[in-house]
Design a protein around this ligand. Structure first.
Ligand code: SF4
Length: 180
């Protein structure tokens, strides 16, 4: 099975596209497809909102996907194609690995720049291009940087930090942060 989409409605600044099948079961798996700091999943109503390339995107169990802002039809076609690809990838991953566990959902809520900072070397060496480890942690949480850009974490001295991060948050959340 794979999902396809139709343009449902397009206004001046927002649009709604709709998949050809409901996406209720896929939505929880989408939490691993976006950076933790920009994803908001509501288990009670099964919706997920996030930001992708400066657009607000809301996924609804029925298959409706609201996108804002939208500049025009051609931009919407290209952007919604990308979103559809993410949905199909999440569906494949769901079949392979199952839905997120309660532990993962709780861990995701705890994940903040301060939490992530605790796993970094805290030397402010600037190798990642950021002035401090905390600034880097903030960018990783919002998806502006991948944790693999911190090269010291891939050395004998600090590799244990990554191991601990994976143990505390799980491989899937660690991967969504860009862990090596
Ligand atoms: S490369 Fe790593 S240790 Fe160095 S400043 Fe960036 S986050 Fe901190």
């Amino acid at each position: 099975m794979s999902f396809k989409r139709d343009i449902h409605g397009i206004g001046n600044f927002e649009a709604v596209v709709k998949t050809d099948k409901p996406i209720r079961e896929v939505i929880p798996a989408l939490i691993f497809k976006f950076p933790p700091g920009v994803v908001n999943y509501s288990k009670s109503d099964g919706t997920l909102t996030t930001r992708v390339r400066r657009k607000l995107v809301a996924f609804y169990p029925s298959g409706e996907i609201a996108i804002s802002p939208v500049k025009g039809k051609s931009e919407l076609m290209e952007f919604s194609e990308r979103i559809l690809k993410i949905i199909n990838e999440a569906y494949e991953e769901l079949k392979r690995n199952g839905p997120p566990t309660e532990k993962e959902l709780k861990a995701l809520k705890k994940l903040s720049p301060l939490t992530l900072y605790k796993y970094l070397p805290k030397t402010n060496c600037r190798e990642c291009g950021e002035p401090t480890c905390f600034a880097f942690a903030t960018k990783v949480i919002t998806g502006e940087a991948k944790i693999s850009l911190c090269k010291p974490l891939n050395t004998d001295k600090y590799r244990v930090n990554i191991k601990k991060l994976k143990k505390d948050f799980g491989e899937r959340i660690a991967n969504s942060l860009g862990c090596f």
